[in-house]
Write a protein that binds this ligand. Structure first.
Ligand code: SAM
Ligand code: SF4
Length: 370
């Protein structure tokens, strides 16, 4: 028998899946995502083995700065969409960003993510460019910087790359164009093909490219999610952040809340997606997202056990955290960065993983591409 074949069995061996690790098919992915709760453990165990063999049991930190909740777009699921009048809008000052970056450098995170609502005005674009240069200068070029600022032109992405952005995270949200249309207004600003093109532009500019999807959306099927995983593979994505969709009452999508799976079911689907992706794309970086923790207090640890190897501790100044509410019950809105750090360290080591302090933890998939 070919060595690469693995059997996944549940504890009482009643159900056995046979997979060829070198050739994971759409059918395998469908079977993984359809596993009932009492059989997930075997999938997690296989993903953990694949992780250990390919990227090791180290979890890398990316200090997350939620730079601004000002957004020009109106994604129907997002709590900080432009039309939500209940949000108090903010933008961090240059000093606040640099202080947060210093915190990340001093605490050996080695990595920073700057995330924000989407704005394409020239003031915003140049502010980000200046911030990138300033952060590198003030932290002795110790930090790798990821941006997550939405869709922009080739020239803007190039400017930011030239100023020192290394990675870019742009979730496709769903790889199904019809579903994408149901999740976004038809106002000329939200286009599936534009989003795909933006991912292609980032690749051309040689960013480490991140993407991802939401899991458990209204109208989403297991077939959609299988295709999401295959999309990430086909676009040769280097790093993935994906997590459960969580409803927010001030958004248009909230009206479909009765169509949703329960929070526990969405969480379990999230775990199965992470494990399946690790088995499919063995050497990429996968984040254990905050949305996983929002649905289960141990959600990020379980995601780490199921194959994730990146975590994004929030280092935004505390006073802004409650204004970056993408969804209900977002965790870590009342713990400062120091408290967050202590609690995280314990949580991660409890999974048998170590923390990659002072390490960039670049995606092996990216470095291997050369
Ligand atoms: N504005 C940029 C963009 O959309 O790419 C970056 C910031 S945006 C808040 C980051 C991610 O939040 C989105 O890609 C989306 O997947 C996620 N998000 C927004 N609303 C959400 C919700 N209700 N539940 C789960 N994730 C959500
Ligand atoms: Fe704006 Fe991003 Fe939220 Fe869409 S998901 S409304 S682009 S912050």
């Amino acid at each position: 028998m070919d060595k690469s074949f693995k059997y996944i069995a549940n504890k009482d061996k009643k159900s056995v899946l046979k997979v060829d690790l070198d050739n994971i098919t759409a059918n395998d992915l469908y079977n993984f995502l359809s596993l009932p709760e009492n059989e997930i453990e075997s999938l997690i165990n296989l993903a953990a083995k694949v992780k250990e063999d390919n990227v090791g049991n180290t979890v890398y930190y990316r200090g997350l700065i939620e730079y601004s909740n000002i957004c020009s777009k109106n994604c129907l699921y997002c709590g900080i969409r432009a039309c939500n009048a209940n949000v108090v809008r903010y933008e961090l000052s240059e000093e606040e960003v640099v202080n947060a970056a210093r915190f990340a450098a001093e605490h050996s995170y080695a990595n920073l993510v700057i995330q924000s609502g989407e704005r394409s005005d020239s003031e915003f674009i140049h502010k980000i460019a200046r911030l990138l240069s300033k952060i590198h200068a003030e932290t002795d070029h110790k930090l790798r910087i990821t941006l997550s600022l939405g869709e922009h032109t080739y020239d803007t992405y190039k400017l930011w790359k030239d100023c020192g952005a290394d990675r870019y995270l742009l979730r496709i949200e769903t790889s199904n164009e019809d579903l994408y249309k149901k999740l976004h207004p038809n106002d000329g600003k939200h286009s599936y093909s534009k989003r795909v093109k933006a991912i292609e532009t980032l690749r051309k500019l040689e960013y480490q490219v991140g993407s991802g999807v939401m899991i458990g959306l209204p109208f989403q099927t297991i077939e959609h999610m299988v295709n999401d995983l295959l999309f990430l593979k086909n676009y040769d994505i280097d790093m993935v952040g994906m997590g459960p969709y969580i409803e927010h009452q001030d958004t248009p999508l909230y009206k479909y809340k009765d169509l949703l799976l329960s929070k526990n079911e969405r969480f379990l689907l999230g775990v199965k997606m992470v494990a399946s992706l690790r088995i499919l794309m063995k050497d990429i970086n996968i984040a254990a997202t905050t949305a996983m923790q929002a649905l289960n207090p141990n959600g990020r640890e379980i995601a780490i056990m199921a194959g994730a190897n990146v975590i994004m501790p929030n280092i935004t100044p505390l006073k802004y955290r409650k204004e970056y509410l993408l969804y209900e019950d977002k965790p870590c809105t009342d713990e400062d960065s120091e408290q967050c750090l202590k609690c995280l360290e314990k949580r991660i080591t409890s999974t048998g993983n170590q923390i990659g302090y002072d390490s960039w933890g670049d995606s092996k998939h990216f470095t291997r591409r050369g």
